[in-house]
Design a protein around this ligand. Structure first.
Ligand code: SF4
Length: 125
């Protein structure tokens, strides 16, 4: 059995959560969290860590060259580079509306890449 500490990043309180990892991989003696989300975070982080991904995607025909995007749900941490590769290989065309789906089912994860803002088309760009 080993003891481990982790900072919960679910909210700005940043609780330091301590727990034991047993030889069979189970987690016990979870302490230091101020709410149940802290324990859930630790258990998920130790088994299948996931993150929401924010980035930008190339856009043509808009005032700006890149458009802010976000995943529609959290994705496995291990897939972040694969998803970034797909985002970097994609070019969208203006106009785009907030929450438009720009890449459907990215990397087969069942998650979409969506626009996190609207962007109008401009002439002569
Ligand atoms: S344990 Fe609860 S209160 Fe503490 S950082 Fe996590 S979510 Fe916030």
């Amino acid at each position: 059995m080993s003891q481990k500490d982790m900072v919960c990043i679910v909210c700005p309180m940043s609780c330091k959560v301590s727990f034991d990892i047993n030889p069979d991989g189970s987690i016990t003696k979870v302490e230091g969290h101020s709410c149940p989300r802290g324990e859930n975070y630790v258990r998920k982080e130790m088994t299948n860590p996931t993150r929401m991904l924010t980035s930008t995607i190339k856009i043509e025909g808009a005032f700006y060259d890149r458009l802010p995007v976000i995943t529609s749900a959290d994705i496995p941490k291990s897939k972040i580079f694969d998803v970034m590769k797909e985002i970097n290989n994609t070019v969208v065309k203006a106009p785009v509306k907030l929450k438009d789906v720009l890449i459907e089912n990215v990397c087969g994860l069942g998650v979409n890449i969506i626009a996190s803002r609207s962007m109008k088309a401009v002439e002569d760009k």
